[in-house]
Write a protein of this length. Sequence first.
Length: 399
Amino acid sequence: MRDKMIPAFAKAEGGLFSSVEKADVGSSYQEMEKQGITLMGWADPFMPDFSMPECVEKALIDAVKRAEAPHYTAPIGNPMLKELIARKLERQNGLKVDPQRNILITPGSDSGLYFSILPFIYPGDEVLIPSPSYPNNYLNVEIMGGKVIPVLLKEENGFQFVKKDFEDCITKRTKAVVLTHPNNPTATVFNRSSLEILREIVVEHDLVLICDQAFEDFCYGNEMITPAAMPDMFDRTVTVFSFSKGMGLSGLRVAYIVCSDIVMDTMFANGVSVLGATNTACQYAVAAALENPSFMKEFEAAFDERRHRAYEIINSIPNVSMGLPEAGFLSWVNVSRLGSSSELAAYLVKEAKVSVNDGINYGPGGEGHLRIVLGVYKDTARVVEALESIRRALVKWQE
Ligand SMILES: Cc1ncc(COP(=O)(O)O)c(C=O)c1O
């Protein structure tokens, strides 16, 4: 059957039948935990420990008892939730939108991201992706028949944009930019001057911007600008948001797309056949989180402490370095002077009993790096202990 598939789809392996099962789709990851391996490769706050905020737990239980719970919510989403999201967008993102016209609730932002890119890609269209980036961005574009053009982010520029790097990639076929902001895996918050460069490129070359802001919530004093709120950008931008990262509610599978009336009209029309509807009870649960977001302060304090501890511990390893993460709970570690990141990731499972992500999964610029997720486990001491194990193992590697 594979030979009947489009090549871009067929070449992606979930790994059920291969020797290395992909960590985030298979069961090998949970198997590793049974063997006492600390899991630092899954971007899910406090995973696998209990971390449901009380207000969300209560709202979810109440919602399950509603008559509507086992029924569809209209595919465009719960109107009450969309009202709350519109208020958040105005408060946090500087976006003033009509809740019933410019917001579409989606079952998680992975499907939202796919659905946001889908309308714009004709086979052969070129899509600029600042790289390294979230792996799904490359795969989505390729599956749709587009051509990924990576715009290399350089460590010496703090992974920020250089206009010439974008200009060098523009051709007559350039259609869109797909941006993860703040970036996964580098934990970079793109600053005002980077986003001004992006705005100029998008406007001058009449491009579409797909902007994934799943990690927008904890920026530790770095200015978090929403590109769609910049002049001339709202009509050209489709922004994807999620409840999975900042609020730690990935299991509820609720996210949302924000865009102009013109784009949203077609998204509403096509949404039911691509996305279906989002879980009815879970939409009430995330609404409670939006109404009572104070629990996020505890998340932020834990992640802030962890990024400083990681910065200290990792930078104390000879020939290994990382920048202070500017957002969220990811860290991006340069191990290029020690050898191949694939070999090192495998070595850390054996020697340090810690599983991290090999940088090659994040596209060009990812090689020679490891992504270590600092947001896992409720107990910060456990995370610090794992970082110390990594330190000892990488020192031993060099002896
Ligand atoms: C950058 C980024 N965007 C989107 C997602 C998808 O999150 P969800 O589908 O849970 O909203 C992830 C998940 O890891 C991510 O890292």
